[in-house]
Write a protein that binds this ligand. Structure first.
Ligand SMILES: N[C@@H](CCC(=O)N[C@@H](CS)C(=O)NCC(=O)O)C(=O)O
Length: 205
């Protein structure tokens, strides 16, 4: 059985887990912390990051986008969360990469404001990360349809938005209230209502 490495406080890990649930792909978990289990994480991924996915052939895949690309190969044709090709595929991938980029910025913002000692923190970096998050949310809000990001069809864009916004609103106080982005808030609420997300609840780390 495939083994997913990482914790569900990570939006990247959680998006992968929810996608596996949606595709009915069973997996075991190896719950490692990037801070507490650094050496073991580094053995699996030279970048020291999660998620990693150990697949049945024994290979270890790293980076959520690469893992999800592999999961798409396993998913039933017609049941995939992304079309095979064309402008609609590129649109879905753009939505997903911007949403996960929000998570990357949220992680950077927390490193700068929570982990770095106050006298070493950079106002310039903090403002860059905040601005990047706000601008990306504005972009996604303009692109958002109803009930899902592209309208009636569930895609990787919805899984990425759901994972990213749950993490962002829980971990970064100034984004705890998503009222400025009502369509995104609705997509996130609908996403969290899916069995695939209910099965992998966000855990405060
Ligand atoms: N681009 C990566 C980002 C993964 C990532 O940044 N994961 C965080 C956990 S939320 C991590 O492992 N951070 C540890 C570190 O940066 O040292 C992906 O999509 O998988």
């Amino acid at each position: 059985m495939m083994i997913l490495v990482g914790q569900f406080d990570s939006p990247f890990v959680r998006r992968v887990a929810a996608t596996m649930g949606h595709y009915d792909l069973p997996f075991d978990r190896h719950v490692l912390s990037v801070f507490g289990d650094r050496d073991e994480v580094l053995r699996l991924n030279p970048l020291g990051k999660v998620p990693a996915l150990i697949i049945d052939e024994g290979e270890t895949l790293v980076d959520s986008a690469v893992i999800i690309d592999y999961l798409d190969e396993l998913a039933p044709v017609g049941g995939r969360l992304c079309p095979e090709r064309g402008p609609y595929r590129r649109h879905v991938l753009r939505l997903a990469v911007v949403a996960m980029g929000v998570s990357e910025r949220a992680v950077q913002l927390r490193v700068e404001t929570v982990r770095r000692p106050p006298h070493l923190q950079s106002e310039e970096f903090v403002e860059t990360y905040r601005r990047s998050i706000r601008d990306s949310l504005d972009y996604l809000e303009r692109e958002a349809g109803e009930p899902w990001m592209t309208g009636s069809t569930l895609t990787h864009g919805d899984f990425a938005v759901t994972a990213a916004l749950t993490h962002l609103s829980a971990r970064v106080d100034e984004f705890s209230d998503l009222q400025a982005w009502p369509k995104l808030a609705a997509v996130r609420a609908a996403g969290e209502g899916l069995a695939a997300f209910k099965g992998v609840p966000f855990v405060e780390g």
